[in-house]
Design a protein around this ligand. Structure first.
Ligand SMILES: [Zn+2]
Length: 318
């Protein structure tokens, strides 16, 4: 399978090729409709061979002779542009049109990766990570902390709590590749857990980490189906983000898969992010001491609280 980088590279090569093909088509249209342009273009196309011819003639007055060609070309280009405008075309009608004029769809400005390429690469990596279309709009920029509401706990409002969680997650995403980190987010539904999880994964990808995001049901199922390929998928990435922890059908198999994932990734010093609707007591009941001692002993734990933000939307519209 090709990497995200290779796929985006290919996509950009195709964009450039398309720009060239379209420009050629426009040029041929001009030649049909304005034969004078064809004469000029034929002349301009000879520039290279004319320069070579002048050079082979020897060094005498070479600068003047080359300058003469340059002046002639400039005049031809001006004449061409004027002809186009007089006939109702933009002066650059047959020039390649790129989506990004900064890098001309090459993806690079000099040796530096262009912003448009980075954006495309991240988008590709988000998809590859399992952050599909439903997560497209979920980033820290689009998370409105002000929408968190409800009763305070220990003098902290849900809004302050969510703002604090965002800061924790941003730090988590920053360091996830260089040092292993373990984070458990729990709390009721509609408090922003999925949004924060997706945003954290994206931020980690933007910081160069490889990320896999998936629901616990899919993960358990994958190990049941084909343990080797599941192992390759879920154990090698820098960060594994497990969504909906606790909603899987609980069996001996699911518990042993979960134990193995947590244990193996810890041994290999690879980060884990878990989000769950369960509270601490339900964790203990569901997973037993072996898993819980790892989670509660090693994971940083953050709790979401407040009122379901989706109820707010339902009442106020959005
Ligand atoms: Zn660009």
């Amino acid at each position: 399978m090709s990497t995200a980088f290779e796929r985006v590279n290919e996509m950009f090569a195709e964009k450039r090729e398309a720009a060239k093909i379209n420009a050629d088509a426009r040029r041929r249209r001009l030649w049909r409709e304005l034969p004078e342009i064809k004469v000029i273009d034929d002349q301009l196309m000879k520039t290279g061979s004319r320069i070579i011819a002048e050079i082979t003639k020897g060094k005498d007055h070479i600068d003047e002779r080359l300058e003469a060609i340059k002046v002639e070309n400039l005049a031809l280009n001006e004449k061409r542009a004027k002809l186009l405008v007089e006939n109702g075309y933009p002066a650059d009608f047959s020039r390649e049109k790129y989506e990004c004029e900064k890098c001309e769809d090459s993806g690079y400005v000099g040796l530096k990766m262009c912003d448009c390429f980075k954006k495309a690469l991240y988008a590709e990596q988000y998809t590859e990570s399992g952050l599909g279309n439903s997560m497209a709009d979920k980033s820290f920029e689009t998370l409105n902390v002000e929408l968190a509401y409800g009763k305070s706990e220990n003098g902290v409002t849900p809004r302050e709590n969510l703002a604090e969680i965002v800061e924790i997650c941003k730090r988590f995403a920053q360091n996830v590749k260089t040092k292993p980190q373990y984070l458990l987010m729990y709390g009721g539904t509609g408090l922003g857990k999925t949004h924060v999880t997706a945003a954290t994964c994206k931020e980690a990808i933007n910081n160069g980490a490889s990320v896999i995001y998936d629901s616990i049901q899919n993960i358990v199922h994958a190990f049941w189906n084909d343990a080797d390929s599941a192992y390759a998928k879920y154990m090698n990435c820098d960060l594994l983000a497990i969504d909906d922890f606790g909603t899987e059908f609980s069996t001996q198999h699911s518990v042993s898969v979960i134990y193995n994932i947590i244990n193996t990734r810890m041994l290999e010093e690879k980060s884990i992010l878990i989000n769950s609707n369960l509270d601490a007591r339900e964790f203990e009941k569901r997973y037993g001491a072996r898993i819980c001692s790892r989670i509660f002993g090693i994971f940083k734990i953050v709790r979401f609280f407040g009122e379901d933000m989706r109820k707010y939307f339902a009442l106020n519209g959005k």
